[in-house]
Design a binder for this molecule. Structure first.
Ligand code: NAD
Length: 290
């Protein structure tokens, strides 16, 4: 790294709190080094109280851009000049690009999920999918899938604090895209079974399957799945959730959350550098199998 940093090196930041555990700095710095790009990526502990000053600093220092994670994803838009259509619809930003002083907010989580599907030769365009979730990850996937051309989407969520967000997402999708979205209560398991039965793909976009819900799934038994169904999970720790284990036993093609994580980074990398992240190299380096 010491030999790589010069007076010309461009900085990319990550603004979140807590953030020291993040794998993004290792991922992006390895990709910069592999491609010989004169950039460095550093994590900064920034919360809602320091975010405005941090964005002012980004402008003043002409920092090329940044990633944004919790608790700043739904707040940073206030300090930016432009917001991408997907970020506007999601109400969240995870990537900022500084183009000669003009700051634009993007959301690449949903793009990452769609790119991971493509990388796995899974084509959902024009098809029906069923997805569970109404939080940050789910909303990004649902909005991007609708924008990209998924024909029909059945969204399920439990009636918790995220229900209202699910209602808003369905309304936005039905108003702004050609996709037909419908919201159902996750407690209605008969409906869940029926919707999965006539879907091409079923996606978990909640923390179900991850600590403290590890080893658990809301799918009661294997009769909800069939071998032709594609099953995906946003969770990547553990690599194989109870849902993916069940899907494997039924013979479904499946995908865990590692691909989404890698490709949301690749999409941000491309926005900052206009270069493609060396995906196969990153998969090997980070031991990404999904
Ligand atoms: P969030 O807190 O914004 O949303 C939580 C969601 O989980 C809501 O839909 C909520 O209703 C649902 N939920 C909570 N408890 C539940 C239960 N017992 N049964 C059913 N549903 C339940 O969280 P988020 O940021 O959207 O993250 C969700 C998951 O996605 C996490 O596991 C996170 O690690 C993962 N994630 C993965 C990626 C990736 O790149 N692969 C990116 C972001 C998030």
């Amino acid at each position: 790294m010491g030999e790589r940093i010069t007076g010309y090196t461009e900085l990319i930041g990550l603004m979140a709190y807590p953030i020291r555990h993040s794998s993004s700095p290792a991922m992006h710095n390895a990709a910069f080094a592999k491609l010989g790009l004169d950039y460095a990526y550093l994590a900064f502990e920034v919360d809602n109280d320091t975010l405005e000053d941090a964005v002012k600093g980004l402008r003043a220092l002409k920092i090329k851009g940044c990633n944004v994670s919790m608790p700043n994803k739904t707040v940073i838009h206030k300090y930016l000049d432009n917001i991408s259509p997907a970020a506007e619809m999601c109400g969240a930003v995870n990537t900022v690009v500084n183009n000669n002083g003009v700051l634009t907010g993007h959301i690449t989580d949903g793009i990452g999920y769609m790119m991971a599907l493509k990388d796995n030769n899974i084509d959902v365009i024009g098809k029906k999918i069923t997805i569970v979730g109404a939080g940050g990850a789910a909303t990004a996937i649902e909005i991007q899938a609708a924008l990209d051309g998924v024909a029909e989407m059945s969204i399920f969520n439990q009636k918790d604090k995220f229900w209202n967000n699910a209602e808003k997402t369905v309304k936005k999708i039905n108003t702004n895209t050609k996709c037909k979205a419908t919201l159902y209560d996750l407690a209605d398991l008969d409906k869940l079974k029926e919707e999965i039965a006539n879907s091409y793909l079923f996606a978990n976009a909640t923390g179900m399957g991850m600590k403290p819900l590890d080893g658990k799934t809301y799918i009661p038994d294997k009769s909800f799945l069939r071998p032709e169904l594609i099953v995906t999970d946003v969770v990547y720790f553990p690599r194989e959730t109870a849902l993916l284990k069940m899907a494997k036993e039924v013979g479904c093609k499946s995908m865990n959350g590692l691909g989404m994580m890698l490709f949301q980074g690749a999409a941000a990398f491309n926005l900052w550098t206009e270069k493609d992240m060396p995906i196969e190299y990153m998969k090997e380096l980070l031991d990404i199998k999904y």
